[in-house]
Design a protein around this ligand. Structure first.
Ligand code: ZN
Length: 174
């Protein structure tokens, strides 16, 4: 059981632990189903107990915190935009998170449309009338904020779950 209460998020990258030391035989990877099992059961309980609006907020906020920490700890934030995107594409591919493409980049207005194919969170899910990658919306917002110093509004506009073959996100600086 968690014992420590907290007033504000205090996640730190080192909270992830030393996987190399801790899993010398099993290694750093595990099946996608395990990740989805954790995330989807957590979402199920949160929606049941707290409602859909609060759950959306929690997933977005958690994704944002992950994106901020991920970019601060694993990406070179000093690169120019195209090199930064190339690096991000490579990292997301190496970690099997998804295949990122930038469809539109308006650097002057910080207005982007990007797609993620084979997305960890949703590719292959049954059809519904929902876009479900709320965590990814926050994750992308966190990465873009860490890189640009500006807060972003990110909305998923197509999703595997809503019938798309890729997830498509619109990101706009606030
Ligand atoms: Zn999606």
């Amino acid at each position: 059981m968690f014992k420590e209460s907290r007033e504000a998020p205090i996640f730190h990258w080192t909270d992830l632990g030393d996987v190399t030391e801790g899993r010398p035989n099993l290694g750093p990877s595990m099946p996608v189903q395990v990740y989805r099992l954790f995330q989807f059961t957590l979402r199920d309980v949160l929606i049941t107990e707290l409602g859909v609006e609060t759950t959306n907020h929690i997933f977005w906020r958690s994704g944002w915190e992950a994106g901020m920490a991920f970019s601060a700890n694993t990406l070179d934030l000093t690169l120019d935009f195209s090199s930064f995107v190339a690096q991000l594409q490579q990292r997301l591919r190496e970690l099997n998170i998804g295949v990122l493409r930038i469809e539109k980049a308006d650097l002057e207005n910080l207005d982007f449309t990007l797609t993620v194919a084979e997305d960890l969170d949703c590719s292959g899910l049954p059809m519904s009338d929902e876009v479900v990658c709320t965590y990814d919306e926050g994750f992308i917002a966190g990465i873009l904020e860490q890189y640009t110093g500006k807060m972003f509004e990110v909305r998923e506009i197509d999703c595997w779950a809503s019938g798309g073959r890729v997830c498509r996100f619109h990101a706009q600086a606030k």
